[in-house]
Design a protein around this ligand. Structure first.
Ligand code: UDP
Ligand code: MG
Length: 148
C-alpha cells in the first residue's frame, strides 16, 4: 500500500493545528503509520529540502522549518500521495481552495502550515530520512469499510 510523508511545520504546531490536521487524514480513511514531534537542525532541514537549494527562498525556508518543533508523520492508503497533496492544497495559500488545509488555515506561502511528499519516489526518500527507525506495521480493522 502507498505511503506518504506529511509534516506539520512549526507554525502549524504553534497554532494548535495538530489535532485538526491529523483528524482530516484520519477521517478520510488513511492509516497513521508513523508519528513523532521533533525539532530538526539546519543540516537536516537542508537535506529534506535539498532539491530547492538553488531557490532564492531556500535559506528562509530552512530557518522556518528549524524554528520550532514539527510533527512528522507517515500516512498510508490508496493514492495517498496525490490525495494527500489535494487535502493540503496549493503551495501558495492565496491559491489554495477553501476546504484544503492551507486554504483554511494559512495566508502566506512562507507560513503554509504543512508539507506533503509530491510523488511516490520522493515519499520513499523522505520517509527513509525522517523515520530511519522504520514505521509501524499494523492494518486497520476498518479496511473493508473503506475499500471495496
Ligand atoms: N516556499 C516559499 N516561497 C516560494 C515557494 C515555496 O517560501 O516561493 C516554501 C513553502 O513553505 C513551500 C516550501 O517552500 O511549502 C517547499 O516548496 P515546494 O515548491 O516544494 O512546495 P510544496 O511541495 O510544499 O507545496
Ligand atoms: Mg514540495
Amino acid at each position: 500500500m502507498e505511503q506518504t510523508f506529511i509534516m506539520i511545520k512549526p507554525d502549524g504546531v504553534q497554532r494548535g493545528l495538530v489535532g485538526e490536521i491529523i483528524g482530516r487524514f484520519e477521517k478520510k480513511g488513511f492509516s497513521l503509520k508513523g508519528l513523532k514531534l521533533l525539532t530538526v537542525d539546519q543540516a537536516f532541514a537542508e537535506k529534506h529540502y535539498a532539491d530547492l537549494s538553488a531557490k532564492p527562498f531556500f535559506n528562509g525556508l530552512v530557518e522556518y522549518i528549524i524554528s520550532g518543533p514539527v510533527v512528522a508523520m507517515v500516512w498510508e492508503g490508496k493514492n495517498v500521495v496525490t490525495t494527500g497533496r489535494k487535502i493540503i492544497g496549493a503551495t501558495n495559500p492565496a491559491e489554495s481552495a477553501p476546504g484544503t488545509i492551507r486554504g483554511d488555515f494559512a495566508i502566506d506561502i512562507g507560513r503554509n502550515v504543512i508539507h506533503g511528499s509530491d510523488a511516490v519516489e520522493s515519499a520513499k526518500k523522505e520517509i527513509a530520512l525522517w523515520f530511519p527507525e522504520g514505521v509501524a506495521n499494523w492494518s486497520s480493522s476498518l479496511h473493508p469499510w473503506i475499500y471495496e
